[in-house]
Design a protein around this ligand. Sequence first.
Ligand SMILES: [Fe+2]
Ligand SMILES: [Fe+2]
Length: 165
Amino acid sequence: MAKEKTLRELFHDTLKDIYFAEKKILTALPKMAKAAQSDQLRAAFEKHAGETEEHVARLERVFGEIDHKPQGKTCDAIVGIIEEGQDVMKEYKGTPALDAGLLAAAQAVEHYEISRYGTLKTWANELGLDEAVKLLDETLAEEKETDAALTELAESEVNLHAEAA
Ligand SMILES: [Fe+2]
Ligand SMILES: [Fe+2]
């Protein structure tokens, strides 16, 4: 009989997924910051790159709480989302719509993270992993703040710039 998979295994697997994703995001954000035309958008990407380093460190502590070594597992979703962002950078380079495209790509990344962290926090709660709940919640809050800040930028400067052209 096949071994029954447990919620603990699912939690560990999903932790590997988001660990891979955060590391991928860490390499993508500086490129997006470099590509951004708006100073505010660049600053938002740079700020979140710093926070993302902290997200990786928190995940390493969560791995510790379940007695596993930090390890990533290829996350096709984030690879695809980041590839789309890179396509935007190429296709809209030097155009007024570039920042709006970069911003949209960044929000897709944040929404993916919000989804993952929300799920992981719920599972950590069910598994009684108190420290993990706290750490995952701290990151979740920063992802939500970043998403909100990007929305604000989208509604003000960046999209206006795209429209004025
Ligand atoms: Fe993150
Ligand atoms: Fe993020």
